[in-house]
Design a protein around this ligand. Structure first.
Ligand code: GDP
Length: 361
């Protein structure tokens, strides 16, 4: 499954946040076969629709989609020079499908900042510079062979052009993710290089309560990383939340003027930047959110449930979540009102689709 690697300078609150994420781990019963490494946290994708559906179809069992986070410990500064730990650090980032950068914005005199002062922009620069340098190295290493392949007509000139363009962007101190979002390079053109800064980035700003309420500050920080998404949370507060039962946690959130925990928000944003979406099934046995890539067709989505469903795909009976709820979950009503759609092989799955696949065994 796709993973999001958590990186950041020391003492920014990574462990606090990661431990809170993993304590949120309610999934053991649904995923008894998943071996969970200590540095891996599998987190439910928050979805308020699932309990509503469960009530309508009279089941207790809810299986949410999940988001997998990997805590990438290790040094940051000097990592690109490739000594010992630096190599391991970069290797772990290479394995992740997206990068979640935790940045300290909270002030606390008791907690030393590695650079001596709290400066989010400077911290981001420190981390991204290492990743950019490592990517430049990747390109330097690849270029001689690419030049040779071009002479031997094994690659298209356009490919080498794209690689050189990537090099220029990196030399300018910019991540490929950022340049791609601005339309200055197409990630697909240089996919083969597997550059780290071509992965999607999320920035998590670890803030204190005052900062969390300071819209101007948050806007400034969000703008500094845009169009990459920014999430603001107080890691210590999030950790405290996970200690409470659901009702108390909801009360504590409401008291803080929040509608959703920062970790839930992070899970949603992470799921989205991984290019994932869900579709739903609602039966007597269970209500479930299945994760698929955005753009999956009905047969591809069927294949996520069972390969036989994809091979023998006939059609998908689909009702939208809103229509299902409006009909109180009554299939008779849904059919009567013409809300049950029959979709074929080319149908592209939409968020909120409640599906029953028809297939020939
Ligand atoms: P890491 O090195 O990035 O993993 O950072 P830790 O999670 O170990 O946190 C470093 C220190 O900062 C610990 O003493 C935490 O209790 C503290 N800390 C983490 N998050 C917050 C926060 O949001 N506010 C404050 N004041 N302290 C925090």
């Amino acid at each position: 499954s796709l993973t999001i690697g958590i990186v950041g300078l020391p003492n920014v609150g990574k462990s606090t946040m990661f431990n809170a994420l993993t304590r949120n781990n309610v999934l053991a019963e649904n995923y008894p076969f998943a071996t969970i490494e200590p540095n891996t946290g599998i987190v439910p994708l928050p979805d308020n629709r699932l309990p509503v559906l469960a009530k309508l179809v009279h089941t207790e069992k809810i299986v949410p989609a999940t988001v997998t986070f990997v805590d990438i410990a290790g040094i940051v500064k000097g990592a690109s020079e490739g000594e010992g730990l630096g190599n391991k650090f970069l290797a772990n980032i290479r394995e992740a499908d997206a990068i979640c950068e935790v940045v300290r914005a909270f002030e606390d005199d008791d907690i030393v900042h590695v650079n001596g002062r709290v400066d989010p922009a400077d911290d981001i620069d420190t981390i991204n510079t290492e990743l950019i340098l490592a990517d430049m190295q990747t390109i330097e290493n690849a270029l001689p062979k690419l030049e040779k392949d071009l002479r031997g007509k094994k690659i298209e000139p356009a490919y080498l052009e794209a690689v050189k363009k990537a090099k220029e962007i990196l030399e300018g101190g910019e991540t490929i993710d950022h340049a791609a979002a601005a339309g200055r390079i197409d990630k697909a053109d240089i996919y083969d290089l597997h550059l780290m800064t071509a992965k999607p980035f999320i920035y998590v700003f670890n803030v204190d309560d005052d900062e969390l309420a300071n819209e101007d500050l948050k806007k400034k920080l969000a703008d500094s990383v845009a169009p990459a998404p920014a999430v603001f949370l107080n890691a210590q507060f999030e950790a405290d939340l996970t200690e409470l039962d659901e009702a108390d946690a909801r009360e504590m959130l409401a008291d803080a003027g929040l509608s959703e925990s920062g970790l839930d928000q992070l899970a949603r944003v992470g799921f989205d930047i991984l290019g994932l979406q869900t579709f739903l099934t609602a039966g007597e046995k269970e209500v479930r959110a299945w994760q698929i890539h955005k753009g999956y067709t009905a047969p591809q989505a069927a294949g996520v449930i069972h390969t036989d469903f994809e091979k023998g795909f006939i059609k998908a009976d689909i009702v939208s979540y809103d229509d299902f709820v409006a009909a109180d979950g009554s299939m008779a009503t849904i059919k009567e009102e013409g809300k049950l759609r029959q979709e074929g092989r080319d149908y592209v799955m939409q968020d909120g689709d409640i599906v029953e696949f028809k297939f020939s065994p």
